[in-house]
Design a protein around this ligand. Sequence first.
Ligand code: DOR
Ligand code: ZN
Length: 347
Amino acid sequence: MNRLTIPRPDDWHLHLRDGDMLASVVVDTAAHFGRAIIMPNLVPPVITSVDALAYRSRILAALPAGSEFQPLMTLYLTETTVPDDVVAAAASGLISAVKLYPAGATTNSDSGVRDFDKVTPVLEAMAENGVPLCVHGEVTDPDIDIFDREAVFLEKVLDPLRQRIRGLRVVLEHVTTCDGLDYVRQGGDDIAATITTHHLFINRNHILAGGIRPHNFCLPVAKREVHRLALVAAATSDEAAFFLGTDSAPHVDAAKQSGCGCAGIYTAPNTMSCLAALFEGEGALDKLEGFVSRHGPAFYRLPVNAETITLIKRDTPIEFPDKCETPDGPVTIFDCGQPLYWEVETS
Ligand code: DOR
Ligand code: ZN
């Protein structure tokens, strides 16, 4: 098989940033994807519906002429988020979800949640109105080893929260562990998980063995190989609870190649080629459509995209650039460690 036509995929977790960076990176996602859930961790964050409306306009203005890409906006949950603002923004279609960052968990998460009791009213309103909560699932306690932070979060934070607020619809974002996969599988219809492209390819050796590789550093940090293999099995299983959220997160090289480098991997340009290679390697090319085009809309209660894209397998490897050039500086594009032959056909 050397051609695969699928409904246009969506990206259920994406960082587009703002300003010059936004204009430089949005084209890469809009080239292949129909919609994307847009992360709100700007500086300052996208907290209110007014912020989301303005950010949405800036994204639409940055799109290439004729693009039909739809940004699906989110609000950044803070301890002072107003329930009525969230419910009204969701009812009007302005937002598709609310994002929970435990304060201090990752890039620009300082305005996130410290005291979960303070956000109970807004979470209850979301549960009543079916508004999904996208969760960065890591504890921030400095005493907890960084490789254990997802598993501890599930037990100490997410499960008690879901027991308390029945019916809250949750997306466990960028799941990285067997623990997370098991938790989602046992959680019923109200919980799903996104899986990134990079976590399907790298384990912690790819960050640390043979020299430190800042371009493979992201949060949650990649774990042991056993977890990567479990993620590959979940992504290629056709289980409806698992779908693509790239977490494509551009940072300029100067910010990554530093004494304290930023977390984030830029995968938007080659994600579809990487995934086609991975699914083909697993003998699961027929499952790619579910993972990238069908399971996400089903959870978010949206139609599958009507248009299609075609992936073509070339005889020789595709030459991807190493960098995306931006006015702020170059951004390194994810290197999945193998030649890529599958290319999205451009009409
Ligand atoms: O690696 C990451 N980068 N993880 C996150 O949670 C945030 C993101 C970013 O904004 O750069
Ligand atoms: Zn993210």
